[in-house]
Design a protein around this ligand. Structure first.
Ligand code: IPM
Ligand code: MG
Length: 356
C-alpha cells in the first residue's frame, strides 16, 4: 500500500476558499498518479473563525494542526473584521498560528516564468531568469517583540532577536544556499539598529561553518532598490520578519503577479504552506482569482513536507505548460493570453496536465 498523508486545510477568508479548492483538485490528481493517499481535515482561522467561534485562532485549530503532516492555507482577513481590537483580528490569528507551530523559517521563492516575462512592469531583460529565494524569519522580530502598546500620547513596538533565533534562521538559509548557487545576501539595517548589528555578527559566525557560501550584507533600503534595479544579482536573501515581509512583496512583482508566488513556512515540526498574497476581498467569490500561488504552495508541500519530489515536479511542469499554452487568469490576461480562464478552469487544466 502507498503512503498516506494527512493535510490540515485552512481555507480562510476572501478568495481563500476558491484557491485552496483548486490546489486540492491538483493534489488529488497527482496523488492518484504517484500512488499515495491524501486525507484532508478542514480547520478554521481568521475571519471565518471569528464568525464561527468568536476568536481568530480557535483551540481546535491549534490542536488540529499538530496532528497533521502539513497544513495548506489560503488567506485571511477582510474589511468585515478590520475594526476589531488587535487581539481579535484575523491577522493576529495567523501570527499566533505561526508561533504555535514554530514555523520560524519562511521560504519565499521569487522566480520568473519564461512564458510571463512580458507580464512584469520591469523590462524583460532585467527579469528573465530571475530565481531568488527569500528566507524570512517568521516568528520573531518586531512582529512579536515585547513590550508593545498604544498609550495616550505614544505607541511602541520592540524589535528584538535572540542569538538562537538568528542562528537557526541563518542555518536554514545557508543549507538552502548550498543546494542553490551558494550565495547569500543578508539584509538588515545595521547602520541604524542594534538588533541588525547583532543579526549581522551572528550571521557572520554561522557563515564560518559554510566556507563554500559567499556571504554579503546589504541595508534594507538598498536591497529594495537593488531588487528592482538588478534582481539577478540575488540568489538567497536572508532577512528578518518585517524586512522579509516587505521585500517579498516587492520581489513578487518581478514575476508579474502576486498571484503566482508560493511559500513554505517550516521549522520545528509541521509546516505551513501558503501563497504569499492576501485574501483579495475585492474579487472574492467571483471565480476570477489566480490559484497558481496556492497550487505552487501545494507543490512545495509535497516536496518539503512529504519528499514526494515526482508529484511536485508534475505540478510545477503542469503550471509551466498551462502558461506556455496561453491559459491565464484575468490578472495576467494582457500577456500573451490565448484564453482567459476562471479560477476553477485553470485548476482543471493544471490538474489534467499534472496527471498526464
Ligand atoms: C504575509 C502577510 C502577513 C505578514 C500578514 C497577513 C499578517 O503580509 O504573510 O506576508 O505580515 O506576515
Ligand atoms: Mg506580507
Amino acid at each position: 500500500m502507498g503512503k498516506s498523508y494527512k493535510i490540515g486545510v485552512i481555507k480562510g477568508d476572501g478568495i481563500g476558499p476558491e484557491i485552496v479548492d483548486e490546489a486540492i483538485k491538483v493534489l488529488d490528481a497527482v496523488s492518484v498518479k504517484e500512488g499515495f493517499t491524501l486525507r484532508y481535515e478542514e480547520m478554521l482561522l481568521g475571519g471565518a473563525a471569528i464568525d464561527e467561534t468568536g476568536v481568530p485562532l480557535p483551540d481546535e485549530t491549534i490542536q488540529g494542526v499538530k496532528k497533521c503532516d502539513a497544513v495548506l492555507f489560503g488567506a485571511i482577513g477582510g474589511p468585515k473584521w478590520d475594526n476589531l481590537e488587535r487581539h481579535l483580528r484575523p491577522e493576529t490569528g495567523l501570527l499566533g498560528l505561526r508561533k504555535e507551530m514554530g514555523t520560524f523559517a519562511n521560504l519565499r521563492p521569487a522566480m520568473v516564468y519564461d512564458e510571463l516575462v512580458n507580464a512584469s512592469t520591469l523590462k524583460p531583460e532585467v527579469i528573465r531568469g530571475v530565481d531568488i529565494m527569500v528566507v524570512r524569519e517568521l516568528t520573531g522580530g518586531i512582529y512579536f517583540g515585547q513590550p508593545r502598546a498604544i498609550e495616550d500620547d505614544r505607541a511602541y513596538n520592540t524589535m528584538v532577536y535572540t542569538r538562537e533565533e538568528v542562528e537557526r534562521i541563518a542555518v536554514v538559509a545557508f543549507d538552502i544556499a548550498m543546494k542553490r548557487n551558494k550565495r547569500i545576501c543578508s539584509v538588515d539595517k545595521a547602520n541604524v539598529l542594534e538588533v541588525s548589528q547583532f543579526w549581522r555578527e551572528i550571521v557572520e559566525e554561522v557563515a564560518k561553518d559554510y566556507p563554500e557560501v559567499e556571504l554579503t550584507h546589504m541595508y534594507v533600503d538598498n536591497a529594495a532598490m537593488q531588487l528592482i534595479r538588478a534582481p539577478k544579482q540575488f540568489d538567497v536573501i536572508l532577512t528578518g520578519n518585517i524586512f522579509g515581509d516587505i521585500l517579498s512583496d516587492a520581489a513578487s512583482m518581478l514575476s508579474g503577479s502576486i498571484g503566482l508566488l508560493p511559500s513554505a513556512s517550516t521549522g520545528k515540526g509541521v509546516g505551513l504552506y501558503e501563497p504569499i498574497h492576501g485574501s483579495a476581498p475585492d474579487i472574492a467569490g467571483q471565480g476570477i482569482a489566480n490559484p497558481l500561488a496556492t497550487i505552487s504552495s501545494a507543490s512545495m508541500m509535497l516536496r518539503y513536507a512529504f519528499g514526494e519530489e515526482k508529484a511536485a515536479e508534475r505540478i510545477d511542469e503542469a503550471i509551466k505548460k498551462a502558461l506556455a499554452e496561453g491559459y491565464r487568469t484575468g490578472d495576467l490576461g494582457d500577456y500573451d493570453a490565448k484564453e482567459i480562464c476562471s479560477c476553477s478552469e485553470i485548476g482543471d487544466i493544471i490538474a489534467d496536465y499534472a496527471s498526464k
